[in-house]
Design a protein. Sequence first.
Length: 578
Amino acid sequence: MLSNQAIAQVFADIADALEVIGENRFRLAAYRRASDTLAAQTTSLASLREQGSLTSLPNIGEASAAIIGELLDHGHSALADQLLEKVPPGLLQILRVPEIGPKTAARLFRDEGIQDLEALFTAAQDGRLAKIKGFGAKSAAKVLSALEALQNQVLRLRLVDALPVAEELSAALAELPSVSAAQVVGSTRRYQASVGDLNFVVATLDAAATYAAIGELAQVAQATPSANGIKLLLHNGMNAWVVAVEPNQWGSALVYWTGSANHVADLNQLAEAQNWQLDPSNLPAFADEAALYQALGLDWITPELREGWGEIALAQAKQLPKLLEQSAIISDVHWHTTWSDGGASLREMVLAGIAKGYRYMAVADHSAYLGVTGGLDGERLLAQRAEIDELNQQLAAEGHDFRLLQSCEVDILPDGSLALPDEVLARLDLVVASPHVALRQARAESTARMLRAINNPYVTIIGHPTGRILNGRAGADYDMAQIIAAAAATGTVLEVNAGPERLDLDAVHVRAALAAGCNISINTDAHATAGFNNLFYGVVTARRGGVSNQQVINTWDVEALLGLRQQKLAKLGINNEA
């Protein structure tokens, strides 16, 4: 029987095929939405059909439910079969190349006979693609680069995709009668930005019965016994692995399988002196993690810090950082509204922030450089300021102890200058400068570009500094030591962008920035009110870097935050009138 993920892929293929042949865009969009819905389901679609609840899923109507039924019963769909007679499967793979759209893919197939990735790669490599109308040498080189990246790319699950599934499956494991405790472990528990397979530990006195019951869970499409536990293919296409241990080994198992490998190796160096080891084939009896760490003379180390970067030495010296608490954050100073490319008004976004307990916020709509709809220039920023002033008066009259500030997410241009002039930036309460374009510059050029932006006296925060997109692009290649040193010297704040597709800066660079004396800002970059819910992902990323409350400007009161500009001007030797 097909997994949920396989069925979702059929719907995605139908949408892609319809787009290649020029079908009505509303129809193909419906199939895309259905595919997204099905891919997110962790419960078997077969179970949902038996319950008669397929059409209760968002974006799934009677026609879609009928296709799901065909796929479950026969393994194929009449509609998909008809479309694949017109559109070769390899052509659908070509659509995964960022530089190739549906019309271009159709033209390559119709006019050049290019119908799969191998043929496209050959055409790009031997120079033929560059001679095809609409490409040229530059476009062909981009296609070749994208194809090479696809070949070398090892996709991992983003934390935002993995964590909800892990929590749901962990809860299902904990409900099994033979299980006394269940916990997600591995890189998911350490909140890495992206993870491989999902990993779990369960405590039980009957491992055989537990493994049998796990294979029958609604989330599980396939279960395969292994030397250490049981491997699972989930209905949403994710892979998982579960190991069962006896309850008296629970603490040891959690530490060992949470990792990281470097952290466990460092612990084993201490354990060796006591003639024992953390070994999965013979786990020592520690009922909880704290008991294990205590036996080694250490305070318990939170999973976010278990990366083998020196946390053991800090624990031995009783110098582990007191990590940031999400409840300490009282502001978000990088988010967007309908003034640029956001989906909600200033008032809607502010009220959502107030509901989260924020005491002040700063809107940071885009500058006009990127061609973003409604991108702001100096004149429109003045108009927005008038709305901000009026909204602050309304909020005060309504009894809100709250203040809305004005910022702007200003593009850092390829040469390091900014998309808005200094006289405009000087009127803002703070400025977020972000790289969005020219992210493939050579290291020296890229570093010089960012250094120029950091040294602009009106730049308060560097937003998502590398510009990376998880599973999408690597981001700019900087000499990060120079970037961090310049930020520390000028008092420029570095952002941890909580957008789950970014999580930029990453934990390694957060740690380096803190060591240099930089302050950090954690912002959601929200484009709708729901985006504020992503704060958690920025917080855990910063915690992995060892950040404390006071090192995050979003925990400061509004006057302290506004003081950053004057402090930077002073560091740069610029008087207040400059």
